[in-house]
Each structure stands twice: as structure tokens, then as C-alpha cells.
Design a protein around this ligand. Structure first.
Ligand code: PAF
Length: 286
């Protein structure tokens, strides 16, 4: 695996792969890689001839400066994991390479509708930062397919709409959330948990699962969510949001929908964890 740090070198290498007749798969990341990221690389290897990963901790998507400065940067370990997974190229630019004119004057991409509420509500500007950097990375790499984890359900909805609205010629492929044995969704932010908090952390997934079961029993949404919030808080979390949405378009209106997504975000100590599950209702919801 080669590691490149400039857009010029990246373009030259990807162009050579394309001229050799290879299809290009792309896995954008912010590093501190775990098995969830590796499952994206593995899927990309199955579907494409030449796999590019990127590691860039994008300042534009952090609304909290402390969150940005403490975000784990583990390039040597990440390089070793990517090489083992047979990734072909790692693009690891620095902030000046990605934002040569500075961040303030940067043109940005705003994806209306799906960026609002949920994590977009709790982290103002977050999805504009994501949409902007992913657009730049797509234009730098020019992949045929790009691979994202379902754990970031709203992020995937934002990127799919962006690609459709702006006619970006890349196919978006999603990969199921990788989970620890107890159900905790793998995330770089799990590293912030103490041993005691790690033992409690599965409470978020358990709460989402219980909401799904209550929906199947046709209990009312308002009581399901208020009871679930109370339970999650009792499990040691500080709930940010728990919501039930239409899985096909993230709409709050779930009447008539049979595929439902239950999304949650909650703080546990210093970590803000997010997770979601998709459930197919046994009854139509109307
Ligand atoms: O999901 C992430 O790690 C980031 O939001 C992404 C897509 C790499 C953009 O910075």
C-alpha cells in the first residue's frame, strides 16, 4: 500500500490505475480505524479493483474545538491495518492541502432537509462540513463507488441526496454496522470510555432494540420514547435524542411506512455515542 499526502500525487496514482482498466473504490475515514472501517475496505476490495482509503480529521465538521483537538490520530497503526486489509492507496492530506485557501473562505455544500434535526440539530454545521469534505474528496479521488457504514445513518442520507442533487457520478454503497459481542456499535469514540462506562455502553443499543419491540406491539410513539429516554438515563447515559423515523427518507411522518429507523445519540462520560437500528414493522403503521 502506498501513502500519499498531496492531491497531485493522488490524482496521478488513481489515473494510472484507471488507465490500467481498474475500477476505483473509495473509503473515506477520519482514521483511528476499527473493524467497522476494515469491513468497508473488505467490501470495497470485493467490488472494485483498486481501493483508496482516506484519513483526514476534517475541522469543518467539528462544531466543538475540544472535540476536534482530542480526536484520536493514529496514522502508523491505521497504515498497518489498511495494508493488512490489502488497501491499495492511502490518501492522508493535512489541513492546508485540503483547505489551501483557509477554512473561512471555503465554498460549502449544504444538503437541505435530511441535514436538519437528529445529529444536525445537536451539532450545528456538522453535515455542511461532512458534505463539503466528501464532495472535495470525491472530486479528488473520482471513484466509481464509495463505501459508508450504516452506523452513520443520517450521514449516509445526506451523502445520497447530495450525490443525487449534484449529479456526482459515484455509486454509494452502505455496509451494516459492525458491533462488539454485547451489541455496542464500533466507533472511534468508544476509546473515550472508561472500563466502567464500557460495561454500560451496550445500554444504547439495548434501548433502541426495546423501542423496536414496543413499536411491534403497537404502543404509542410518545410513551415509547419518553419511557425509553428515562430507561437510557437510568442506564448511566445522558440522552441527546431518541427518535423514530421513516427509514426510506428520514421523515418524521412514519404513517404508512413499514421500514422504520430508530436513531439515538447519548453521552456516556466524555463520549457521545450514536447508533440506529432499522426495523420492518409486522403491521403497517397507519
Ligand atoms: O464518517 C466519517 O468518518 C466522516 O464523517 C467522513 C465521511 C470521513 C467525512 O469526514
Amino acid at each position: 500500500m502506498i501513502t500519499l499526502h498531496t492531491v497531485t500525487d493522488l490524482r496521478t496514482a488513481v489515473k494510472a490505475a484507471r488507465l490500467a482498466g481498474k475500477t476505483i473504490g473509495f473509503v473515506p475515514t477520519m482514521g483511528n480505524l476499527h473493524d467497522g472501517h476494515i469491513s468497508l475496505i473488505e467490501r470495497a476490495k470485493k467490488e472494485c479493483d483498486f481501493v483508496v482509503a482516506s484519513i483526514f480529521v476534517n475541522p469543518l465538521q467539528f462544531n466543538d474545538k475540544n472535540d476536534l483537538s482530542r480526536y484520536p490520530r493514529t496514522l502508523p497503526e491505521d497504515q498497518a491495518r489498511l495494508a493488512l486489509a490489502r488497501c491499495d492507496l492511502l490518501f492522508a492530506p493535512d489541513v492546508d492541502e485540503m483547505y489551501p485557501g483557509g477554512q473561512d473562505g471555503q465554498s460549502t455544500v449544504h444538503v437541505p432537509g435530511v441535514s436538519a434535526g437528529l445529529c444536525g440539530g445537536s451539532r450545528p454545521g456538522h453535515f455542511d462540513g461532512v458534505a463539503t469534505v466528501v464532495t472535495k474528496l470525491f472530486n479528488q479521488v473520482l471513484p466509481d463507488k464509495a463505501f459508508f457504514g450504516e452506523k452513520d445513518f443520517q450521514q449516509v442520507a445526506v451523502i445520497r441526496k447530495m450525490v443525487d442533487d449534484l449529479c456526482i457520478p459515484v455509486e454509494i454503497v452502505t455496509v451494516p454496522t459492525a458491533r462488539a459481542k454485547d451489541g455496542l456499535a464500533l466507533s472511534s469514540r468508544n476509546g473515550y470510555l472508561t472500563t466502567e462506562e464500557r460495561a454500560l455502553a451496550t445500554g444504547l443499543y439495548r434501548t433502541l432494540t426495546e423501542i423496536g419491540e414496543a413499536l411491534q406491539r403497537r404502543e404509542t410513539q410518545v410513551s415509547i420514547l419518553s419511557e425509553a429516554t428515562e430507561r437510557l438515563n437510568q442506564r448511566g447515559f445522558r440522552t441527546d435524542y431518541l427518535e423514530i423515523r421513516n427509514a426510506d427518507n428520514l421523515s418524521e411522518d412514519i404513517s404508512g411506512a413499514s421500514r422504520i429507523v430508530i436513531l439515538g445519540a447519548a453521552f456516556l462520560g466524555k463520549a457521545r455515542l450514536i447508533d440506529n437500528i432499522v426495523v420492518t414493522l409486522m403491521h403497517r403503521n397507519d
